[in-house]
Design a binder for this molecule. Structure first.
Ligand SMILES: [Zn+2]
Length: 224
């Protein structure tokens, strides 16, 4: 697990060079945004302790397996000391409900952890504002840190080579588009996230971008 400081409040954790989770610094420790894959739990806990705090909250951008993969193992180790927050539609999918008609792409592994809080967008998680960003998955959310305007955009964008919206096939990272549920909602979400005017764009797959506005504009233009 590679740890990289992006802002004083944001640490990017990268596993296998292709999937990211994030530690967001708070007064009481860290919010962990996403968990990467299975078997990452010990490395995530070690990264938090190296950064000087405990994981207090686990906030998920969406329910796909490469984002919730270590959730159960983390919950097992942290127990009631951690609060788990997940977008409501994705939590219902994990609970076995039929949330959308038709095909639901992406991997939805079985979870034993039940979230403590279901998110719809508009909530606060520590310092973070929860931004609804559906499309890649039915309930996908992003997290904006108003302290430094860093945006954790999950899988609405990838940033390999340049920023790309996950509504269309992109050779540098085709898996994200293959897992996208509703391409037009995903593009609407990409536009809404750009309108937040973020100073940093952090994503599930790819490096974080500083001053990403032009890059996001170009990505939206290519995706439209
Ligand atoms: Zn995904």
């Amino acid at each position: 697990m590679k740890a990289r400081s992006i802002t004083p409040n944001l640490i990017q954790l990268t596993r296998f060079r292709f999937v990211n989770a994030f530690l967001v610094r708070e007064d009481d420790g860290f919010t962990l945004v996403d968990t990467t894959m299975g078997r990452a739990a010990d490395a995530l806990l070690e990264a938090a302790s190296n950064a000087g705090g405990d994981i207090r909250r686990i906030a998920l951008t969406h329910g796909h397996g490469d984002h919730v993969g270590a959730l159960d193992a983390l919950k097992e180790r942290l127990g009631d000391a951690v609060e788990v927050l997940m977008p409501e539609p994705d939590a219902r999918i994990h609970a076995g409900e039929t949330v959308v008609q038709g095909k639901l792409p992406g991997s939805w592994p079985k979870l034993t952890t039940t979230p403590d809080v279901l998110l719809r967008g508009g909530e606060r998680v520590g310092s973070l504002e929860v931004i609804p960003a559906p499309g890649h998955s039915p309930g996908h959310v992003a997290y904006l840190d108003p302290r430094d305007r860093a945006l954790i955009a999950g899988d609405v964008y990838t940033t390999y080579g340049s920023a790309a919206v996950t509504n269309h096939f992109y050779l540098r990272f085709p898996f994200a588009a293959m897992a996208t549920w509703d391409r037009s909602q995903d593009l609407d979400s990409a536009r809404a996230l750009r309108d937040l005017d973020p100073a940093v764009l952090a994503v599930g797959h790819g490096p974080s971008l500083t001053d990403p506005r032009r890059s996001m504009d170009r990505a939206i233009a290519r995706a439209s």
